[in-house]
Design a protein around this ligand. Structure first.
Ligand SMILES: Cc1cc2nc3c(=O)[nH]c(=O)nc-3n(C[C@H](O)[C@H](O)[C@H](O)COP(=O)(O)OP(=O)(O)OC[C@H]3O[C@@H](n4cnc5c(N)ncnc54)[C@H](O)[C@@H]3O)c2cc1C
Length: 474
């Protein structure tokens, strides 16, 4: 067969999934679960059970990490893909970069692919990932058909809408405090080779929120379908919605893993096209815009910064070092600069109140850029993160530090954000710093249901509870 006669699907596949990952199979999965159970059994009764996992996308520092933890080394793969049924059986600690690589080989992808390569499927389902398909598909847990969980009590339980439905419903936003997912069966969506983008500018947040509502209502903008939507606010008078649609061909797709930087392109051009692979990882290369803190956006540094280090997990490790050793904070103190508060949050605000939040945020916090991502869930029965079904929310993400005001203390701004989000009937993700008192925390995050689940699935309290983990950072 000549190259010209090669089937288009194969050409497409090699273009969009450079190094496909092969499934590990059922046998290897069973062995890995055995090792996990052995490691659970080896942790002395009375000691807290924790994961021993090499990567994390959590931002809140933990007080201590006790080793050995649960051995999850063999649980990082795809078990099997059923291209006909468009489903995949995936191990709980499988990173999305490996999951996507395996599914693209079949011209498929998960319904929601969080932007950071090393986020795992189990982490995204228990910790609520989000992406530009979330207006169509909701959050990652919405496309989970069933999952196996190693509960705090040490049993492997299969949870689905029909079996252990309470655990299936209560797992999202439980952050590994009810149990750890070892296998998840998820639905997959058919992909096209390219995603064509329009960056549409809005001069005020009211017009942007109005556009989100219109896109949510009819799935299109200016007569073109909208398959993906997210946004970037550079200032209160300059924000963009990036509207993507599937495309089957492209002249010369852009590549933002080299000298060019994706988030800058949003202001510089009104249209663009990327392979589906590059679209899914467009934000990872520069960790949205956060790589600028390491000088990587300076052309001279970028040229010598190895390509394999242009990844969110590398930057995350650098932040971890700063958290541990506080070098920048000490230099700031030495130069007489005020100490800074970490403000790293994602919040969900009803679309009708998003403009009000953005105006308040610009005035009180003043951090930019800000990431925007509309979402809507069709099913409201997720008690630990009770979003209103059918209602459009906008996720607002902001990640940085701000100087602590004279006379203020660390945490002031984060507390103000929590209060504002509650006032606007919003919700706040729990992957980062949180300051709620215990009563308001349980009221906002399904406390009654959670405590009942904890009694059933972790009766001896081998795992931390959600409040201890999120607020007390144990
Ligand atoms: C700066 C920043 C930006 C972010 N931006 C985005 C974003 O744009 N889009 C997005 O989707 N998400 C984003 N997140 C949030 C991220 O999706 C969540 O923090 C997610 O939980 C991370 O998953 P992980 O696999 O890295 O898990 P980890 O960080 O290792 O763990 C997160 C929590 O999940 C628990 N956990 C891990 N694996 C399992 C499992 N198999 N079963 C049960 N519990 C488990 C852990 O115990 C822990 O409590 C962001 C986070 C940060 C820090």
């Amino acid at each position: 067969m000549t190259t010209a006669a090669r089937p288009p699907a194969l050409r497409t596949t090699s273009a969009i999934a450079p190094t496909p990952i092969l499934p590990v199979g059922q046998h290897a999965h069973r062995n890995a679960v055995e090792s996990l159970l052995d490691s659970y059994g080896a942790i002395p009764r009375g000691e807290t059970v924790r994961l021993a996992k090499p990567t994390s996308n959590l931002f809140r520092p933990r007080a201590s990490v006790q080793m050995p933890g649960l051995d999850v080394r063999g649980l990082g793969g795809v078990i099997a893909i059923d291209p006909e049924a468009r489903t995949a059986d995936v191990q709980g600690m499988c990173r999305y970069e490996d999951l996507v690589s395996a599914t693209l080989r079949h011209g498929l992808m998960p319904y929601v692919v969080p932007q950071l390569r090393t986020i795992t499927l189990g982490g995204a389902v228990t910790g609520l990932g989000i992406e530009s398909t979330s207006l169509r598909h909701g959050l990652p847990h919405g496309s989970v058909l069933e999952l196996d969980v190693l509960t705090g009590g040490g049993e492997i339980v299969t949870a689905s809408p029909d079996e252990h439905a309470d655990l299936y419903r209560g797992f999202p936003n439980s952050y590994g405090t009810l149990g750890y997912a070892t296998r998840l069966r998820i639905s997959l969506e058919k992909v096209h080779p390219y995603v064509a983008l329009r960056h549409v500018r809005f001069d005020d947040p009211e017009a942007l929120a109005d556009a989100v509502s219109r896109i949510a209502a009819d799935g299109s903008w200016d007569g073109e379908p909208v398959d993906f939507v997210d946004g970037t606010m550079f200032g209160i008078g300059e924000a963009y919605l990036t509207l993507g649609r599937w495309a089957d061909s492209a002249e010369s797709p852009s590549d933002y893993t080299g000298d060019r930087i994706y988030y800058r392109s949003i202001r510089e051009r009104s249209t663009d096209v990327l392979t589906v692979h590059d679209y899914l990882w467009r934000w990872d290369t520069d960790w949205f815009w956060c790589s600028r803190a390491f000088g990587v956006q300076n052309p001279r540094v970028r040229r010598i910064w190895p390509r394999r280090w242009r990844r969110s997990d590398v930057y995350h490790r650098l932040v971890g070092l700063e958290n541990r050793y506080g070098v920048a904070a000490r230099v700031d103190a030495w130069r007489g600069k005020p100490p800074r508060e970490r403000v790293v949050q994602d919040v969900e605000i009803p679309v009708e109140r998003t403009a009000e939040f953005l105006r308040w945020f610009a005035k009180e916090v003043g951090m930019s850029p800000v990431w925007l991502c509309p979402l809507r869930v069709s099913d409201g029965a997720w008690p630990l993160y009770p979003l209103e079904p059918g209602l459009v929310y906008v996720n607002v993400g902001f990640w940085g530090t701000v100087p602590i005001a004279e006379g203020g203390v660390d945490g002031d701004l984060n507390r103000m954000i929590e209060a504002k989000v509650a006032e606007l009937d919003g919700h706040k993700s729990l992957y980062s710093d949180a300051y709620y008192d215990e009563a308001e925390f349980w009221a906002a995050y399904g406390g009654d249901t959670y405590h009942a689940l904890k009694r059933t699935y972790d009766p001896d309290g081998r795992l931390l509870d959600l409040y201890q983990k999120v607020i007390q950072r144990r």
